[in-house]
Design a protein around this ligand. Structure first.
Ligand SMILES: C[S@@+](CC[C@H](N)C(=O)[O-])C[C@H]1O[C@@H](n2cnc3c(N)ncnc32)[C@H](O)[C@@H]1O
Length: 202
């Protein structure tokens, strides 16, 4: 079963399982938009899902939300409210945008989901402007961390919802234009981290 198929099945129940558990960390991550971007800036949200981020977005920016799964996007459309957001079907590993199109990118619970997280981060690096930021919220192992159960689960979970063994530091090694600005453990004993990156050069 592909991720698009499984997220179509997950869509009706997603908010029940995820909304409450992630509300506070999501809010903290998205508060950075006020500090790191300006009125009128263009902001991309990759893997926007059911749009749980939307209620936390400052209304005076222009947002694009992209996701692989129509069933998730349909739910996001109901959350638009006063936020100026365009929702599109598309692949985080092959973004349909020119280089340097966005001032800031939000990547909440998407890097550990896609089959090739390095490619997804490289795509974000490509489409964010120099000096722009990327806000990440996700579950990552530390380099060398054993995490036996997560390694045993990964061959199954990666096909139905998410990978459990992505090492963020390995992703970043591939993205020479991105520098880490913040990295904070936020949930589940530090498995979930809130990370801010900045594109420091072209
Ligand atoms: C765990 S959900 C996260 C949703 C949302 N970002 C959040 O924080 O609640 C993962 C989302 O990624 C989407 N997805 C999976 N593979 C994708 C891909 N290659 N490109 C874009 N979206 C993808 C799924 O459809 C799903 O909506």
């Amino acid at each position: 079963m592909g991720l698009k198929h499984s997220y179509t099945l997950i869509a009706p129940f997603y908010d029940l399982v995820v909304a409450k558990a992630t509300h506070a960390i999501r809010k903290t991550s998205l508060q950075q938009i006020q500090q790191l971007s300006r009125h009128g800036d263009k902001i991309l949200i990759t893997g926007i899902g059911t749009g749980l981020d939307i209620p936390h977005l400052p209304a005076d920016r222009f947002y694009t939300g992209i996701d692989l799964t129509p069933g998730m996007l349909n739910k996001a459309a109901r959350r638009k409210g006063a936020v100026n957001i365009t929702l599109q079907l598309g692949d985080a590993m092959n973004l349909p945008y020119e280089g340097a199109s966005f001032d800031l990118i939000v990547m909440h619970l998407i890097l550990a989901v896609v089959p090739d997280p390095q490619l997804a981060l490289r795509e974000a690096q490509r489409v964010v402007k120099t000096r722009g930021h990327i806000l990440i919220l996700d579950k990552f192992l530390k380099p060398g961390q054993l995490a036996l159960l997560r390694r045993l689960a990964n061959p199954i979970t990666r096909h139905i919802a998410t990978q459990t063994t992505v090492v963020f530091e390995h992703l970043l090694e591939e993205c020479k234009s991105l520098a880490k600005v913040e990295d904070e453990p936020v949930l589940a004993g530090g498995w979930f981290r809130r990370i801010v990156l900045q594109k420091t050069k072209d």
